[in-house]
Design a protein around this ligand. Structure first.
Ligand code: 5AD
Ligand code: SF4
Length: 459
């Protein structure tokens, strides 16, 4: 579809909830809306079309959709009184899981698009304009990937770091999780398409690619006579001129194979920072969660990764209050956290999700106990985060500079561990990797000084 002439153009706003996959998808939807004639806006006020890209992972996130829709209902009525239209779309995992109910409960909604159907947004818009209220909820991920090849992602000018989708869906069926139901079965994108996308991004100035998917280390593609794993992809992508850093998120411990661990050891572009969710430190809870590994399996895996790449730092996701979790189980989680040491983590109270096996269990945990356990776990994780940042003070780390800082003459970059660092310098820093001595920690970022004013390292 060709872009509409400027005079007819409207405004589009995509509001994103949830994970990085949704952030990526929201950028995708925004780009497709631009092609359809809607320039991207930062809020609903001057938008003619609003798309909520929703998250279903926990009840709170899913409930947000309905409160957002309530506000949009008021706005749409105000607009109608002025003779102006507002088109409202719901996308993402709530759309997939509850599309029919959304259309029933919320007359403000004009169309619903599940996560595998964003490439059909033009069609959805046309049908919505004709007075229909379509719901696209089929799983056709391969079509989504094909569309991505035919109409590549647009990136912002001077973007240094970009997400690249390599895989979608999950086959693991952890007993608390809706993802296998909302995003469907694991499907990997063709390796040549991923390589081509990273090459294109690199030629546009991108220096860091984060490969994203629900279970990225399960990546497997055999369309060209050989089987590509994530480790194979990394070897190939590390050779793309301009690419200095590779990251990936999110992963399952069971899919952390020898070749991938070797890639951490052998490829300097693969950052020594790994998000590897463990969820719990109790074997009984891990079993009930259908994680298919023990807490010692996780400890041994971390030992192997650290043996391969000693400077590796870790982050994880944790759930407290899974049905049946005892006080002792929770203590086992705290012990695992102390044993491993995490640079940063996400932790949640278990949320009962309809359709998942965990939701059916009779031994649900009281809200108060969940609250107390979460507070205790978060205090421990926060102390580890602060200690990790403090331990970086005095060290010299490679920093990839991304953008100007808040104050004149300040520039912001990221360490291998995704810590943001503020440094005094000039705009020529942007897009380069420099050695930076970390001088002091702030609350959300570190402050540092360039070690060599002129010399570029690995840029
Ligand atoms: N309740 C709480 N947290 C959950 N997560 C997934 N499902 C649930 C749930 N039902 C968390 C897990 C996962 C992260 C993305 O969200 O920790 O790794
Ligand atoms: Fe959900 Fe488990 Fe799959 Fe992660 S691995 S998306 S937690 S089912």
């Amino acid at each position: 579809m060709r872009d509409k002439p400027t005079a007819e153009r409207g405004g589009g706003y995509v509001k994103s909830f949830g994970c990085q996959m949704n952030v990526y998808d929201s950028a995708r939807i925004g780009g497709l809306l631009e092609t359809a004639g809607f320039d991207q806006r930062d809020g609903v006020e001057d938008a003619d079309i609003v798309v909520l890209n929703t998250c279903h992972i926990r009840e709170k996130a899913a409930e947000k959709v309905y409160s957002e829709l309530g506000q949009l209902r008021v706005l749409k009525a105000e607009r109608a009184a002025q003779g102006r239209k507002l088109v409202v779309g719901v996308a993402g995992c709530v759309a997939q899981a509850e599309g029919d109910e959304i259309l029933k409960r919320a007359p403000v909604v004009d169309f619903v698009l599940g996560p595998q159907a964003y490439h059909r947004i033009d069609e959805a818009l046309a049908r919505a304009r004709a007075g229909e209220r379509p719901f696209y909820g089929e799983f056709e991920t391969s079509e989504k990937f094909r569309d991505l090849r035919e109409r590549p992602m647009r990136i912002a000018p001077r973007q240094i770091s970009a997400f690249v989708t390599v895989q979608e869906g999950c086959d693991k069926f952890c007993s608390f999780c809706v993802v296998p139901y909302t995003r469907g079965a694991e499907i990997s994108r063709a390796a040549p398409d991923i390589v081509a996308e990273v090459e294109r991004l690199a030629s546009d100035g991108v220096r860091e690619a984060t490969l994203i998917g629900q279970n990225v280390n399960a990546y497997r593609w055999s369309g060209d006579g050989r089987t590509w794993t994530l480790a194979d992809l990394f070897s190939r992508l590390a050779a793309v001129p301009g690419i200095a850093r590779l990251r990936y998120t999110t992963s399952h411990p069971l899919d952390m194979d020898e070749a991938l661990i070797a890639a951490h050891r052998d490829l300097s572009a693969v950052m020594p920072y790994l998000h590897l969710p463990v969820q719990s430190g109790s074997d009984a809870v891990l079993r009930a969660m259908n994680r298919r590994h023990t807490s010692d399996d996780y400890r041994r895996l971390i030992d192997r990764i650290r043996a391969a790449r000693p400077d590796t730092a870790l982050s994880s996701d944790f759930i407290v209050g899974f049905p049946g979790e005892t006080g002792q189980d929770f203590q086992d989680t705290l012990r695992l956290v102390r044993d491993v040491g995490f640079a940063s983590s996400f932790s949640f109270k278990y949320s009962r999700r309809p359709g998942t096996p965990g939701a059916e269990r009779a031994d649900q945990i009281e809200e108060q106990a969940k609250k107390e356990r979460l507070a205790e776990l978060q205090a421990l994780l926060e102390s580890q985060r602060v200690a990790f940042n403090a331990a970086c003070v005095g060290r010299t780390l490679d920093v990839l500079f991304e953008k100007p800082g808040r104050h004149a003459g300040q520039f912001v970059g990221r360490t291998p561990y995704l810590q943001s660092v503020q440094v005094d310098g000039s705009a020529s820093l942007i897009g380069t990797v420099r050695r930076v001595r970390i001088a002091r920690p702030g609350s959300n970022s570190l402050f540092g000084e360039l070690v060599d004013m002129d010399e570029r390292v690995a840029s």
